[in-house]
Design a protein around this ligand. Structure first.
Ligand SMILES: Cc1cc2nc3c(=O)[nH]c(=O)nc-3n(C[C@H](O)[C@H](O)[C@H](O)COP(=O)(O)OP(=O)(O)OC[C@H]3O[C@@H](n4cnc5c(N)ncnc54)[C@H](O)[C@@H]3O)c2cc1C
Length: 426
């Protein structure tokens, strides 16, 4: 029997270390020096680098990568359990070498890069010597890649990239940008002539690529292969976001439960009021539904591939957004006025729910994917009645007992009575 919800003791020890390390080292850093882990400032690096070294010493650096690429090769299920902890702490992904958007870009390089491309970009990204961004969405629309216009034209030993991208996260500070063109995925140095960063938005950049020239070997994967590379990249990114969302909603739940036991109203704790109990019970069930969906999806990826698990990944994506929205809202509500301030993590968490529903593909698109793929396992019924139409099924079943019904009037009467009784119900 292979269904097993336990964690092997050796790995549990690693989880315990990660939890304590995050609580003792990362949370204080986040509270006192927010953003230090991401900063290139030497003083900030002096604070964050020793923590990264501790992670490396424990063999937990670049958790998402296979052993041959310098990660621990945990696979997705173990990664999910780790992300359930890391997702609670803002800087944990970068301190553990697993921060987006670099992770997805590294996955693309690992899967499609030549040895030379890996040497030039993958290993420096892994060591956080350089940082990257991913330019796919365009101002005229993000949900439908067939609307994208950015393209590359071959000119001798170079490609010339022309187009406009929108919402490239951390594009302004990236050393390299992975630019999705209609005819391929290209690696563009952030300082290449013609890369124009627009003033707004500040964090997720609007970028014009004005005839940007890159050498021929900056094409990643096959020519015309951009959509396949993008799927590979985004599939991994989506499930990792869902894993970290489990951490966030567990945090909201902890806050909610503590508060329910701490406040009184009308002579009893608010935990004793039924509507608060309902909020706790619904949240408990929704968090665990999301968690099991994410773990099952991670297990499926480990036992097949990201491609095989694409329906599940899509379901994780919009379910994570929904559970985040519902649970963080309930937690805020139970916190009362304090919940509406930014003095707890809840306000920011709730405000991030619409983002979860849009980034890496809007909910609607993922729901379409799930519905379309699930329906491939079904067929329309033949004739007028649905397969589960009981009178038709009963007539069919009676054929199995035809000789018995013909021979025994009592049994025949019983069967006739049962059929009439069912029909009288409506
Ligand atoms: C925090 C964040 C970070 C991001 N980082 C990056 C990044 O690094 N690189 C990058 O390239 N992009 C990035 N994006 C962009 C993101 O991938 C796009 O926002 C997303 O693909 C949706 O595209 P859009 O914003 O153009 O919305 P649109 O495609 O205009 O969709 C808007 C709305 O229209 C409706 N809609 C659209 N299509 C359908 C449909 N098929 N069926 C039903 N309804 C539909 C939905 O209600 C949808 O919410 C990021 C987004 C966010 C929020």
């Amino acid at each position: 029997m292979a269904w097993d919800f336990s964690t092997e003791p050796e790995f549990q020890e690693q989880l315990d270390w990660v939890e304590q390390f995050c609580r003792d080292e990362i949370e204080p850093l986040d509270l006192v020096f927010p953003g230090a882990a991401y900063s290139r400032d030497p003083k900030a690096r002096a604070l964050a680098d020793p923590l990264k070294q501790q992670v490396k010493d424990h063999g937990l650096w670049a958790l998402f990568l296979d052993k041959d690429l310098g990660g621990p090769g945990f696979g997705q299920l173990k990664l999910a359990l780790l992300n359930e902890i890391l997702g609670r702490y803002r800087s944990a992904p970068v301190i553990f070498g697993t921060a987006a958007p670099d992770t997805g870009n590294m996955e693309m390089l690992a899967a499609y890069g030549t040895e030379e491309q890996k040497r030039r970009w993958l290993y420096p990204l892994m060591n956080q010597e350089i940082f990257s961004a991913y330019s796919m969405t365009e101002p005229q629309g993000g949900s439908d890649p067939s609307l994208f216009l950015t393209h590359a034209t071959r000119d001798g030993e170079e490609w010339v990239i022309t187009g406009e991208k929108w919402f490239t996260s951390a594009g302004a500070r990236a050393d390299i940008i992975f630019v999705m063109c209609t005819n391929g995925m290209f690696v563009v140095p952030g300082d290449a002539p013609g890369v124009e960063i627009m003033e707004y938005p500040a964090l997720h950049n609007h970028i014009r690529y004005n005839d940007v020239r890159v050498p021929a070997d900056h094409l990643l994967g096959p020519e015309d292969g951009a959509k396949v590379l993008a799927q590979r990249r985004l599939g991994g990114g989506r499930i990792h976001h869902a894993m970290r969302t489990v951490a966030q909603v567990k945090l909201a739940f902890d806050i909610m439960c503590e508060r329910a036991l701490s406040r009184e109203s009308h002579g009893k704790t608010i935990a004793e009021h039924q509507m608060v109990q309902e909020a706790i019970a619904d949240s408990y069930a929704e968090i665990n539904m999301l968690r099991l969906l994410v773990l099952w999806t991670a297990w499926t990826i480990d036992n097949s591939s990201t491609r095989e698990a694409r329906t599940q990944i899509a379901a994780c994506k919009y379910t994570a957004a929904k559970v985040l929205r519902e649970v963080s809202y309930r937690a805020m509500h139970i916190m009362g006025s304090l919940g509406t301030t930014n003095l707890t993590p809840l306000q920011a968490m709730w405000a991030s729910a619409p983002t979860m529903a849009v980034m890496d593909g809007v909910d609607e698109v993922h729901k379409v994917t799930v519905s379309r793929n699930v329906l491939k396992g079904y067929e329309p019924h033949a004739g007028l009645w649905p397969t589960e139409y009981i009178p038709a099924k009963r007539e069919e079943a009676r054929k199995k007992y035809a000789s018995l019904l013909a021979a025994d009037p009592d049994l025949a009467a019983w069967a006739d009575h049962a059929a009439r009784a069912t029909a009288r119900g409506h």
